[in-house]
Design a protein around this ligand. Structure first.
Ligand code: AMP
Length: 478
């Protein structure tokens, strides 16, 4: 092998072997300086600590700069915000368009206020040395202030569909000259019932615009929308759900429903769980869990749709700054949470849709980092667990070594052998086998769980009778 190059293929081959060139291309890092971006934009990118592009940025930035429509299947955490924001900013700078009253040159639609603000923060950071005007429009905040912010027109408007449509209908916002449209987290916007609003908004945009659509998943509804609004788009698929899920060390903890709070307190005894995002299915549930945690000395707050925008932002900022250890959230409120260093995601209740599971656990594996998730599964949630495992195409190992383990949830013997790992001490906290739940649950023999971990064929613990076994799995936990 030639000494002046390190061949990336394992064969003893020549410098221009096909395999070598393929790998060279695959692993070649593209830098932001490779795209001919504006110098002030590059300066801000550098100051933001970005040097090499992520895969989605590498593909999307040149395509968008070339004026292509694009559909990207990518999740939060892949760097998708910069993938659309940077070429958008560059094109706005280079373009001829002008700001006019009540208008925007580019519209970015996002499902939630949190995500809209997150995108806006990113764009403000990228354009700190530029003279671009941005505005945000979303529900739950003063419409008057938003109307005022739009009065002279802006370059980039970041909005949630409901409030935007209201203000467009009232003629406070006019988008008939918009040059760019970005739909971020399109799947979530459709899940939230925004399809009609989105269609009405798009009908008032010029058809000559450039359109980019980002979605973590591609259900038929999103595909249909994409087909109706994109022209000959470039299709980019970054990380299928399973890939993101693989970066997270996942475990499921079988537990009776009425022991979940005790289990949560138990796992939080482990100080390694230092920045924890906890998911509940209901707003009421989120409040209850946050209250309980504060009572036992775990500083926590809850965010959900019933909280004011200020309260949500404050909770998020405190969590980000390390002022609280746990943030309890519902799925919708959690969209757009961009907090680095989330050590653990805890699914206090399993989500009804498998996609939400992937979104949830993805909060702990951001920008290439690893993470861990603990899912509490009660007897009624067993079917939800099954559909999650089907969707991520892998079983979620059971962590049996905790005082509330309910073996009966692992009903099917074959499944049990597959799943039970009993990784002692992984939940941390009081791994001393103290019984906390009277007769309702028991700690399995440590020897039994480690034996199973070593040998999946080992005879699993004898299932305990479970009076809830036949109840409907879709029943929503209180
Ligand atoms: P996003 O998928 O846009 O939510 O980005 C996820 C996280 O990755 C954010 O905290 C970004 O600031 C960060 N990020 C995005 N692109 C890069 C990059 N090229 N280099 C370093 N960090 C990045």
């Amino acid at each position: 092998m030639s000494a002046n190059r390190s061949c990336l293929c394992s064969a003893n081959c020549e410098i221009d072997c096909t395999r070598f060139n393929e790998l060279k291309d695959k692993y070649k890092m593209t830098k932001f300086t490779d795209f001919g971006l504006n110098a002030s934009l590059l300066r801000a990118i550098k100051e933001g600590g970005y040097e090499d592009t992520t895969p989605i940025q590498k593909q999307a930035i040149p395509a968008v700069l070339n004026g292509k429509d694009m559909i990207a299947i990518a999740q939060t955490g892949t760097g998708k915000t910069a993938a659309f924001s940077l070429p958008l900013i560059q094109k706005l700078l280079a373009g001829e368009g002008k700001r006019t009253a009540r208008s925007a040159r580019a519209l970015i639609l996002a499902p939630t206020r949190e995500l809209a603000l997150q995108i806006s923060e990113n764009i403000s950071a990228f354009s700190k040395y530029l003279h671009l005007k941005t505005a945000e429009v979303y529900g739950g905040a003063s419409a008057n202030l938003q109307i005022r912010a739009m009065a002279a027109g802006v370059d980039i408007l970041i909005a949630t569909p409901g409030r935007l449509l209201d203000l467009m209908t009232q003629k406070h916002i006019i988008l008939d000259k918009a040059e760019f449209l970005v739909l971020d987290e399109a799947d979530r916007m459709l899940d939230m019932g925004f399809i009609r609003d989105i269609q009405k908004i798009i009908a008032r945009l010029p058809s000559s615009r450039q359109t980019l659509l980002f979605s973590a998943t591609m259900p038929t509804s999103v595909e249909k929308l994409a087909n109706s609004i994109l022209r000959n788009p470039l299709r980019i698929e970054i990380a299928p759900a399973a890939t993101t899920a693989e970066k997270v060390t996942q475990h499921v903890l079988m537990v009776p429903k009425d022991q979940k709070r005790a289990l949560l307190a138990h796992v939080l005894e482990d100080k390694n769980l230092s920045r924890v995002l906890i998911f509940t299915r209901t707003k009421h549930g989120a409040n209850k869990v946050a209250r309980q945690l504060n009572t036992i000395g775990v500083p926590s707050d809850a965010i959900h749709g019933n909280k004011s925008q200020n309260a949500r932002q404050k909770a998020l900022e405190t969590f980000r700054a390390g002022g609280i250890r746990a943030l309890v959230a519902t799925d919708i409120a959690a969209r757009g949470i961009d907090v680095d260093g989330v050590t653990h995601v805890i699914n206090f209740e399993l989500p009804n849709e498998p996609e939400s599971y992937v979104h949830r656990i993805g909060r702990t594996a951001r920008a290439g980092a690893a993470g861990a998730s603990l899912s509490f599964c009660d007897p009624e949630e067993r079917a939800l667990l099954k559909s999650i495992e089907k969707s991520i195409r892998q079983p979620v190992p059971v962590l049996a070594d905790h005082p509330f383990h309910l073996e009966a949830i692992n009903t099917h013997p074959a499944e049990k052998a597959d799943r039970v790992r009993g990784e002692k001490g992984k939940t941390g906290g009081a791994g001393d086998g103290r019984r906390r739940n009277g007769n309702k649950a028991r700690r399995p023999h440590a020897a039994a769980s480690s034996k199973q971990a070593a040998n999946p064929q080992a005879r699993p613990n004898k299932p305990r009778r479970n009076r809830n076994r036949n109840r409907g799995a879709q029943q929503v936990a209180a």
